[in-house]
Design a protein around this ligand. Sequence first.
Ligand code: FAD
Length: 375
Amino acid sequence: MSADWPGTLILGGGLAGSAAAILLARAGHRVRLWEKALHPHHKICGEFLSWEGQAVLARLGVDADALGAERIDRLRVTAGVRLAEAPLGFIARSLSRRVLDAALLAHAHAAGALVERGVTARALLPDGVVDGSHGALRPARLMLATGKHEVRGARRDGHGTINDQLGFKTYFRLRPAERELLSGHVELHLFEGGYAGLQMVEREAANLCFLVSPARWQAAGGDFAALLAAMGRDAPHLARRLEGALPLLDRPIAISGVPYGFVHQAAGGGFWRLGDQAAVIPSFTGDGMSLALVSAQMAAKSVLAGERPGDFQARLAAMARGPVRRAAFAQRMLGLVPARQQALVRALGLAPWAARLGVRATRVGARATRVGRAD
Ligand SMILES: Cc1cc2nc3c(=O)[nH]c(=O)nc-3n(C[C@H](O)[C@H](O)[C@H](O)COP(=O)(O)OP(=O)(O)OC[C@H]3O[C@@H](n4cnc5c(N)ncnc54)[C@H](O)[C@@H]3O)c2cc1C
């Protein structure tokens, strides 16, 4: 038996789902949101928040600085013993997903959305009914914002262009001198078969988030400590940062099978697909969160304008395609081969201004935040 729900049902209370819930609820829509996690928790993410995402958060009334965000305005890239630095060209924020996602869900609740935590969507049935862990519901409108998780009956319609990378994230308390050096920077450490991002998050913790090839993981015998040690041998600057650092999580968070480069094509569906369900930009860009927030803003605007999901989905795909494709190309070119990585660092050292071009080319951009404005 399923009950009818005369409003919007949003599956997933990450960035995209919560942001859409806030905007629709504030506009007077009936919104119900199912989030499978009962409590706030750490998520795999480098937690680098680009300026487009910050613009959406500000519009939603979420103050990243008040939540304890770090400010970051410089990029430092290393490959082997080489190191180069450049200004980012904007001030990024760094904030843990546990804090940020909880704040967004609290705003959704405050805006009048019915937020139901601990409820998992199990399947979308052909008659529009959503089968959930606490019962079935047929909503008037459905938004899918389950991130990297697929819902049966509504799987994404394709792979990315890079599908085999393994991702890991953990936190460290660094020695004071290293913390000082890292502060204000996002570091990208490139090495054979992968790269690692390192940055301070909320003052005490450094977020280490990295991708490696399956071959690298196998060579480390599937052991995280051995993998870190091997990465440190290839990336001495990273090893120096982490020397004597205290791990802050019992075990790292890991992920596999992320479809980097995926962009959902507009056809069919009958529901709105947001965030990672719509497009997956390579992580090194630090733009996935922004894409998720911008997509939510565009979806809310589309609903308020009385559009059909296909119109929104086509617009979102057109906006995301360029940055996602360029970022995936850059990841393929630089991700694995030390000689290319070192050439990049050398070039960045000679022309630090070029970093801004690369940063801009792999971002959803200012136009996207304007296009998606719901007000
Ligand atoms: C290794 C790595 C590093 C990254 N680093 C960065 C970075 O530094 N900066 C950046 O901007 N982006 C980064 N990203 C990308 C970013 O994390 C994602 O793009 C972003 O989280 C997508 O938001 P979302 O709302 O679509 O999904 P999510 O944030 O994943 O939220 C989905 C939510 O849905 C819930 N859910 C899932 N299935 C169900 C279900 N069946 N029923 C109910 N609820 C469900 C989940 O519990 C979750 O809360 C990184 C990604 C990876 C993998």
